[in-house]
Design a binder for this molecule. Structure first.
Ligand code: 5AD
Length: 383
């Protein structure tokens, strides 16, 4: 037989073939630090915790791949706990009067340009009725610290809402009050309370607030609320003036030890008539990163993609859901007052984020891969 003209296979030059073990994809990365940071992310997802240095490295990472991985892990955890459901809360901003003078907030008492208003109980109840028809089963009553709303008025209001809408949860966000007051409101039927701690670092707290306010009292309020039996929400602004990564680390440690049922975070956004009016906003990216970390630290937490996030990025709320958030709080206040509740400039309030546009919100959420559900949306420990 004639030998084939081409070279026999044995004589082809030998190529070195490397058989790759199945290994985590960070092994492929060329960045020297990536291996470590990807490893931290996976450990955070698995154990719900990390040592300080690693958590700090995550908080400060600017690496897109790391952020993407963190967000993917947070999404997985969120889906394990809540599936694809998104809870909605109807936010009723019922008073823009405030006796406090926080340096960052547009409602501070020294702001002469702020327009003040107060809704009547009838106004508030009709917001709830409208909200109920739209599918809301939680109403959040939020206001400045308005001395008009003494316990008698507030408890009467909570009672009326609970009588008319017994299958709905009432969340209060009225700032700091005394324990007896929180107790009376709880006894009247309030289910949950939102009081952001703002920062877990006392010195930082004192740079954001006037001397008459105290970090200790804020923390005492949170402990009182917890002791009474509320589902409690705390949280902080991201990128607030004087904030350093170490402060955020302290915030995360505080969240881990306090274990709130809800955590509200959003970027700081300047309001021009406040002492911090010419500061720069916090970043959307930083906020998304922190949402993901919080989801991994507290897998079951109720975590909203906030209005502030939607204000600095038009897709902020959808991105928030994709980074681990599972709650949205559309505005249910009467349209006539929405522009007056100006915590910060350019607050979105009459577009698709508003409660009356819940159908377009449903569509947007669906496009992001999630589903708005009609439910009280309690914390899993209370269901
Ligand atoms: N930017 C972002 N968030 C703000 N808040 C108040 N002022 C601002 C601002 N300028 C937040 C605070 C407060 C919540 C009701 O709104 O964290 O607790």
């Amino acid at each position: 037989m004639r030998r084939p003209k081409h070279r026999s296979i044995e004589r082809l030059p030998k190529y070195r073939v490397t058989i790759y073990r199945r290994q985590p994809d960070y092994e492929w990365s060329t960045e020297p630090n990536m291996k470590a940071i990807f490893n931290s992310i996976d450990r955070l997802a698995k154990t719900g915790d990390l040592p300080d240095e690693e958590l700090l490295a995550l908080i400060t990472t600017g690496d897109k791949e790391a952020v993407g991985r963190l967000s993917a892990r947070a999404r997985e955890v969120r889906e394990k706990v809540y599936g694809r459901s998104v809870y909605i809360r109807g936010l009723i901003e019922f008073s823009s009067y405030c006796k406090n003078d926080c340096y960052y907030c547009g409602l501070r008492r020294s702001n002469r340009s702020a327009e003040r208003y107060r809704l009547t109980p009838e106004d508030i109840l009709s917001c709830c009725a409208q909200g109920f028809d739209l599918g809301f089963r939680t109403f959040v009553l939020q206001g400045g610290e308005d001395p008009f709303f003494i316990d008698e008025r507030m408890t009467a209001l909570v009672r009326q809402i609970k009588e008319r809408f017994p299958e709905c949860a009432v969340t209060l966000s009225l700032g700091e009050r005394e324990r007896e007051s929180y107790q009376a409101l709880f006894d009247a039927g309030a289910d949950r309370y939102l009081l952001r701690h703002e920062t877990a670092d006392k010195e930082h707290y004192e740079k954001l607030h006037p001397a008459e306010m105290s970090y200790e009292h804020r923390m005492k309020c949170l402990r009182d609320l917890r002791g009474i039996g509320y589902q409690v929400g705390c949280g902080m602004m991201v990128g607030s003036p004087f904030q350093r990564p170490e402060h955020l680390l302290k915030d995360l440690r505080f969240l881990q030890s306090f274990r709130p049922e809800m955590v509200g975070i959003g970027p700081f956004i300047p309001q021009k008539d406040t002492p911090f009016g010419d500061r720069t906003s916090g970043g959307a990216g930083d906020t998304l990163l922190l949402l993901s970390i919080i989801r991994l630290l507290l897998p079951q937490v109720l975590l909203p993609a906030t209005t502030a996030l939607g204000t600095i990025d038009p897709m902020g709320r959808e991105k928030g859901l994709q980074a681990g958030a599972n709650v949205i709080m559309p505005n249910l206040s009467p349209v006539s007052v929405r522009k007056k509740y100006l915590l910060y400039d350019n607050k979105i309030c009459t577009g698709e984020e508003a409660a009356e546009c819940v159908q377009s919100l449903r569509d947007r959420v669906a496009r992001a891969g999630y589903e708005i559900v009609v439910s009280r949306g309690d914390h899993p420990s209370r269901q």
